[in-house]
Write a protein that binds this ligand. Structure first.
Ligand SMILES: [Zn+2]
Length: 128
């Protein structure tokens, strides 16, 4: 299951119909919410939304529908591991084909990178 900005759970069974939030006891309303992943919209889907903490929960059928749209748009499972290889005295990160296609990245592209901390770097790809 894909992760939205708020916590999203795949709920089994058809009888969700929660009236209060398990997390914060806020009131639950049903509405259509936009599902975004990797900054791309997959469309609007019915969800139970907490009016207090904003938690959005989709039922199993809707979760499957969201997964399908993500697959069709090539936005399925882009998270990946990469290998660091040696290039002369520098190191290079190997990026897989799926990620390259999503980013429209080309050989020789100039990217900008900055560390957030010692365990995380952000790489900005130029606009195409
Ligand atoms: Zn809540």
């Amino acid at each position: 299951m894909l992760q939205n900005k708020n916590c999203v759970y795949r709920v089994n069974g058809v009888n969700m119909k929660r009236t209060s939030c398990e997390e914060c006891s806020g009131k639950i309303v049903e509405k259509k919410v936009e599902f975004k992943i990797y900054g791309e919209s997959l469309g609007f889907f019915p969800a139970e939304v907490c009016t207090k903490c904003g938690e959005e929960i989709f039922d199993e059928k809707t979760s499957d529908a969201i997964d399908e749209v993500a697959k069709k748009k090539g936005l399925w499972n882009l998270d990946a591991h990469g290998t660091v290889i040696q290039v002369g005295s520098s190191l290079a990160l190997v990026i897989n084909k799926k990620m390259i296609d999503f980013l429209k990245l080309k050989k020789g592209a100039q990217v900008y990178m900055h560390p957030e901390n010692k365990r995380r770097i952000v790489i900005e790809v130029p606009e195409n």
